[in-house]
Design a protein around this ligand. Structure first.
Ligand SMILES: [Zn+2]
Length: 433
């Protein structure tokens, strides 16, 4: 792996400071030097490095997607997602993993797989270099109850092992299920605590008993695993806090008590609302039969309003809100994930700086890698770096355009090297050691 020196970059370092002109040196897989231009003497030159003249491009940390489903295959329903045979499905996941890296998501947190081992196999294949993809935490299937979100079995075809989710009832079945996924090697147990209105089971319903959830958490922790929850309903959000579920997806219907609980425990939790799913279901799914009128009937307009209020309140209380959420449906196709950042600005009133920080600053703990590893352009951090043509702080939507993401570096290696610019002769020339 060649060492790389980015020069003439506009550096957004992920600390919250305003961007500055400077240079970033990457040696091996780490950032080893960050220098501000015009700060007195030029930094000493280093031999044997590849020089990249960023020509003023925006240099930022690689982004972290907090709620990723590589195995959702851009279909309009859980049933049709799951129908893909395993052989095609694993190839699909591999292709999607590459797409995320292409779009600047250098870390992704798996939030459920459509079949038991898809996520684990993909994570392992990325880690051993068999396929190309972001850093990845592998999830279980969605754990659910009979009749709950993810139980796609039919009464005349009673084969729970072929459901979209893993269907359990009672503490002992839960324990067995968690142990099974631990055996398969997942990082995260995903549990569907609330419903999802589009499936006919209201988002405001909660499906698990306290004992079942507590067993899930207890068993997961004893295996060193994390628990993440689909939690739209008020009760389910409180279950997450009270029973120790670290990652909370959606949290739409947070009442005052839930907001207080989250604020009191904000260091323990990450929230990924998945706003794009709600917004696109309300406004951009007519092609698939979900007209705005249909979405309203399902309760999605009401949920969107509540989710916006909940997230605004959590933001005021300084709770960590991250982008990502249910891309991989027909109307939230993979690769469009940076829409979340645009929606954070547009619907939650975040500044563009805040939106960028939501995608970067908590990368380390979100990826279970500790604080000083990911999400910043600082000496000692892992070299996950993007070069962007344009200024995401002026227009956050540039991150939705692959052509504007000039370069993607993961772990010190270019997934996509920056294009040569005419006239910049020093670019990409290899210096003699
Ligand atoms: Zn999801």
């Amino acid at each position: 792996m060649a060492d790389v020196l980015f020069t003439n970059a506009r550096i957004f370092d992920g600390s919250g400071d305003t961007p500055f002109r400077g240079e970033v040196l990457v040696q091996g897989n780490r950032i080893t030097r960050v220098t501000r231009s015009g700060m007195g003497a030029r930094a000493p030159q280093v031999g044997g490095v590849t020089m990249v003249d960023a020509a003023g491009a925006f240099l930022m940390p690689g982004m972290v997607e907090a709620h990723t489903h590589f195995s959702w295959n851009d279909q309009p329903s859980l049933d049709s997602i799951q129908r893909m045979p395993p052989e095609e499905h694993i190839l699909w996941c591999a292709q999607v993993a590459k797409t995320y890296l292409d779009m600047g998501w250098t870390s992704c947190v798996g939030a459920a797989a459509a079949k038991p081992r898809l996520d684990v196999v993909i994570r392992n294949a990325i880690n051993d270099g068999t396929i190309i993809g972001p850093r990845y935490l592998a999830a279980s299937q969605e754990i659910t109850v009979p009749g709950g979100l993810g139980d796609t079995t039919q009464p005349h075809l009673p084969q729970p092992e072929f459901a979209f989710g893993a269907v359990v009832s009672g503490a002992e079945e839960m324990r067995r299920c968690v142990r099974m996924f631990a055996k398969y090697g997942v990082d995260t147990l995903k549990i569907n605590l609330s419903g999802e209105s589009i499936t006919g089971f209201s988002s405001e319903n909660s499906q698990f008993t306290e004992t079942e959830v507590a067993t899930c958490v207890e068993e997961a922790k004893s295996w060193g695993k994390r628990v993440a929850a689909h939690a739209r309903s008020t009760k389910s959000i409180k279950q997450c806090v009270n029973l120790g579920i670290e990652v909370i997806y959606h949290a739409s219907f947070a009442d005052e008590e839930a907001l207080d609980l989250l604020e009191e425990n904000k260091k323990r939790h990450f929230i990924a609302p998945g706003l794009a799913w709600l917004i696109n279901t309300c406004h951009h799914a007519s092609e698939y039969g979900i007209t705005p009128q249909v979405a309203r009937g399902m309760g999605y307009f009401r949920e969107l309003e509540c989710a916006i209020e909940s997230m605004k309140a959590l933001r005021r209380r300084d709770v960590r809100i991250l982008p990502g959420g249910d891309y991989g449906f027909a109307w939230t196709p993979h690769g469009t994930n940076a829409k979340d950042l645009e929606y954070f600005v547009k619907y939650l009133g975040m500044s563009t700086t805040e939106a960028l920080l939501s995608a970067t600053a908590w990368g380390g703990p979100m990826m279970r890698m500790g604080k000083n590893q990911l999400g910043q352009i600082q000496e000692g951090f892992l070299a996950d770096i993007l070069l962007v043509d344009g200024d995401p702080l002026e227009d956050i939507a540039v991150l939705q355009d692959k052509r504007r993401i000039l370069a993607v570096m993961k772990d010190g290696a270019f997934h996509r090297a920056p294009p040569l610019r005419s006239g910049a002769r020093t670019e990409m020339t290899r210096w003699a050691a």
